[in-house]
Write a protein that binds this ligand. Structure first.
Ligand code: ADP
Ligand code: K
Ligand code: ZN
Length: 433
């Protein structure tokens, strides 16, 4: 396998040196927020901790967590660690209280995140000469702009397509010889189905080589499905606005977990209920401290995203640790008949069944009823009823095995369910309406 580096020195830095670098940066950022951000000073005082108490990386647990709620205290400028005139960009992301979370970037912050994107792109084989179609939403969201700046920094040609208008997406791919694209996995599934339904052979008629899919959880099965439909490599791209946007974690060519850039983030995984660190390799909530950001650094930020650390070093030679794909959002979990269920568990089952198409929806009705609506493949839909009944039975059985709850399954013709061009809404919970 060909392994490429953007910054080999930092990407393969021995863990020990990385840790020393992290400690130095951690001390700096903790001092910075203590001195410049009243809200942090207050939190530190409540937790009875001072910057000088941080003597080793293990001491990080003495620092208080930052939660989404903290972003709304002294909103919107209260967490700035620099004067407003140093801030050059605002991004927002959907908030918990109806107000959007507001995140601020200095020039240096924008460039630092672009640097991470450049590393990520090179890591997956993208170089100058590649054509990247950026089909995330441009605007207040970080998704498109951060990727855009990173790709430009590397020197690839960026097509700022934005999402939607699928016919035009495909025209752009054909006309400009797009080699890579960046979009949500749910939209990628839809675009792939449109490409095939038009009778195009992606391997012959398009120049696509790889895709960067993220912004929402998806499964290994979904990745494989998109890779097979289009004949490309799909790389998982993870990030959140609070940590600068996409590019926080990214897969290398081995596609076994996402490297998190540890020179830029201090990574912890904690028990979502107690906040205590989990054992190495156990599932928990990802907690991140930004080590480089100057505009709005965040300390021990609770992402609500569930993941685990891979314990083995990666075959690519990078020393930065890997986390698993996001297994769910602590908030996405729903409960049916007392059983905790994540939408991704259902997706994993569906995408592994032959005859199932790309789109599905989970409807929760009453306290104990879960209906899974599933679109089936056009070729599969040949009018033979017994074939459909067997498929339905297979889906019910496999779901019951995986989630321990027997769902009702409804098979639908392709194109029945609403199409998502951004983040898919998979769960309709009528119980709370
Ligand atoms: P929000 O979705 O809260 O409006 P963002 O747009 O910043 O805010 O999205 C960040 C969140 O999106 C992450 O915390 C995570 O839940 C989800 N996310 C981003 N990338 C991925 C990915 N590759 N896999 C799974 N989830 C992802
Ligand atoms: K997102
Ligand atoms: Zn690797």
């Amino acid at each position: 396998m060909e392994v490429n580096f953007w910054d080999p020195k930092i990407e393969t830095m021995p863990q020990q040196d990385l840790k020393a670098l992290q400690l130095e940066k951690l001390k700096k950022v903790v001092t910075l927020v203590y001195e410049r951000v009243p809200h942090y000073r207050k939190k530190f005082e409540e937790a009875k901790v001072k910057p000088e108490d941080i003597k080793s990386l293990e001491d990080v647990v003495r620092l208080p967590f930052t939660t989404k709620e903290d972003l709304f205290v002294d909103y919107p400028y209260g967490l700035l660690a620099v004067p407003l005139e140093e801030v050059v960009r605002l991004h927002t992301s959907s908030g918990t209280t109806g107000k959007p979370k507001a995140l601020f970037f200095t020039k240096k912050d924008i460039d630092a995140q672009a640097e991470l994107i450049a590393r990520n792109l090179v890591m997956t084989g993208t170089t100058r000469g590649d054509v990247l179609q950026n089909s995330m939403t441009y605007g207040l969201f970080t998704g498109a702009l951060v990727m855009h700046y990173g790709a430009e920094k590397l020197g690839v040609l960026v097509i700022p397509a934005g999402p939607g208008n699928t016919e035009r997406q495909i025209e752009l791919m054909k006309t400009f010889g797009t080699t890579c694209f960046h979009m949500t996995p749910s939209y990628a599934l839809y675009v792939a189905s449109v490409i095939l339904n038009k009778g195009l052979d992606p391997r012959r008629d398009l120049k696509l080589k790889r895709a960067y899919l993220g912004a929402e959880p998806y499964t290994e099965e979904t990745r494989k499905k998109i890779e097979e439909l289009l004949g490309i490599d799909v790389y998982n791209c993870y990030g959140l606005s609070e940590m600068g946007g996409p590019g926080v974690g990214f897969e290398c060519v081995y596609k076994e977990g996402l490297h998190i850039w540890e020179d830029a983030f201090l990574v912890e995984i904690v028990n979502p209920e107690t906040g205590d660190p989990v054992k190495e390799g156990e599932i928990g909530e990802l907690v991140l401290t930004s080590l480089n950001r100057e505009g709005m650094p965040l300390i021990r930020y609770r992402t609500r995203d569930l993941t685990f650390f891979f314990t083995e070093p990666c075959a690519c030679g990078r020393t930065h640790r890997r986390i698993s794909r996001i297994l769910g959002r602590a908030d996405d979990m729903f409960i049916v008949r007392g059983v905790n269920i994540f939408p991704q568990q259902i997706e994993a089952v569906l995408m592994g069944i032959k005859g199932v198409a790309q789109n599905y929806q989970i409807v929760l009705e009453n306290y104990d009823e879960m209906i899974v609506k599933v679109e089936i493949d056009r070729e599969f839909f040949d009018g033979r009823i017994e074939r459909l009944l067997k498929l339905k039975e297979e889906i019910v059985e496999k779901l019951r095995e995986a989630i321990l709850v027997k769902p009702k399954v409804e098979l639908l013709e392709p194109g029945t369910l609403p199409v998502s061009e951004g983040k898919a809404k998979r769960v309709i919970d009528k119980r709370t309406l």
